[in-house]
Design a protein around this ligand. Structure first.
Ligand SMILES: [Zn+2]
Ligand SMILES: [Zn+2]
Length: 137
C-alpha cells in the first residue's frame, strides 16, 4: 500500500503549546533540534478522516507520542496518541503509527518516493552488487 502524499506546515505556536501541555519543561535546544517545520502524512493512501504525522516524542511518556492531525482545508490540531505497536513487518518490525489508525500498519505502507529511490540505487549499483555478492572461487 502506498503512503498518503499529504504534507502540511507545522504551526509553531500551537505546536509549542501542545508540547508544553504534555510535558512540564522543554529545552529550547531540544525544540530547535527535534521540532519539524513540516510534516508528511504517514497513513496509507485514501485513508478516511484527518491526515496524521508524528511530530514529537514525549520526555516521560514512551508509550505515547504527539501527532499532528490536519484536514484538507489546512486546519491542524495536535493529539497525544498511544503507539499501535502491532508487529508483523518483514523484519518483525512493530508498526510506528498510533493505535486504531486507519488503513495498513506502517510496515505495509510504502513511500513511493523512497521506493523509487531504493530501486534506482539498486539499479545503478547492480554491477557492484553482483560483484559484492559473486561467488568467490
Ligand atoms: Zn493522509
Ligand atoms: Zn499499526
Amino acid at each position: 500500500m502506498r503512503q498518503c502524499t499529504a504534507t502540511a506546515d507545522v504551526q509553531m505556536a500551537p505546536f509549542l503549546f501542545a508540547i508544553l501541555a504534555g510535558q512540564a519543561r522543554l529545552k529550547s535546544e531540544d525544540f530547535d533540534t527535534y521540532a519539524p517545520d513540516a510534516t508528511r502524512c504517514e497513513l496509507g493512501l485514501w485513508h478516511e478522516g484527518e491526515h496524521a504525522g508524528f511530530v514529537w516524542d514525549w520526555e516521560h511518556k514512551p508509550q505515547e507520542a504527539l501527532w499532528a492531525r490536519w484536514t484538507a482545508d489546512g486546519a491542524m490540531r495536535f493529539e497525544s496518541l498511544a503507539h499501535c505497536e502491532i508487529e508483523g513487518g518483514p523484519d518483525g518490525d512493530a508498526c510506528t503509527l498510533y493505535r486504531d489508525h486507519p488503513r495498513d500498519h506502517s510496515w505495509n505502507v510504502v513511500d513511493p518516493e523512497m521506493e523509487a529511490f531504493r530501486r534506482r540505487v539498486l539499479a545503478e549499483n547492480a554491477g557492484m552488487l553482483a560483484w559484492l555478492t559473486r561467488k568467490r572461487n
